[in-house]
Design a protein around this ligand. Structure first.
Ligand SMILES: [Zn+2]
Length: 155
């Protein structure tokens, strides 16, 4: 499977990552699957709930708060996620995946990313180096959840 983004969608993820730097940005990718490709029709920017540490801790406590923060963790509000999913379904769109940024880190999934991912969905990662958008990659979790495989990101 490959994931297809328009130049405009590609730019909107990059600018979201730059806007949120040095924190992680996150969002959802909606669209349709056409044979072997996931065709993105909408990029939905979401709020990183880690900006609200008290609420985030209630939902998903950090294992190592000294080392983890909104700078290297993102958390999507489950209510917001449900709302986006429901709204997408009503318009005949599917959730194809999620995106987030890695401020000053490579565009490769972390162990944390793997532990909080589901198979089939695309996980797009944008590296933001010193405030500038850098490499963007896409990953799919293997069925046994053991590893992420790189996915072709088409523009
Ligand atoms: Zn990550």
């Amino acid at each position: 499977m490959a994931i297809q983004l328009s130049a405009e969608q590609f730019e909107s993820i990059r600018s979201h990552g730059v806007r949120e730097y040095p924190n992680e940005c996150c969002g959802m990718l909606l669209g349709r699957t056409d044979g072997e490709a996931k065709e993105v029709s909408e990029v939905v920017a979401l709020r990183n709930l880690r900006h609200d540490p008290a609420r985030a801790e209630e939902l998903l406590p950090l294992e190592d708060p000294g080392r983890e923060s909104e700078k290297n963790r993102f958390l999507i509000d489950p209510l917001e996620q449900l709302r986006v999913e429901r709204d997408a379904r009503e318009r005949g769109l599917d959730v194809l995946g999620y995106y987030h940024s890695h401020p000053d880190h490579p565009a490769r999934p972390s162990n944390y990313d793997r532990e909080h991912a589901w198979p089939w969905y695309s996980y797009v990662i944008l590296s933001v180096e010193q405030g500038e958008a850098s490499e963007m990659t896409s990953w799919v979790l293997s069925e046994d959840r053991a590893r992420f495989d790189a996915e072709l990101l088409k523009l």
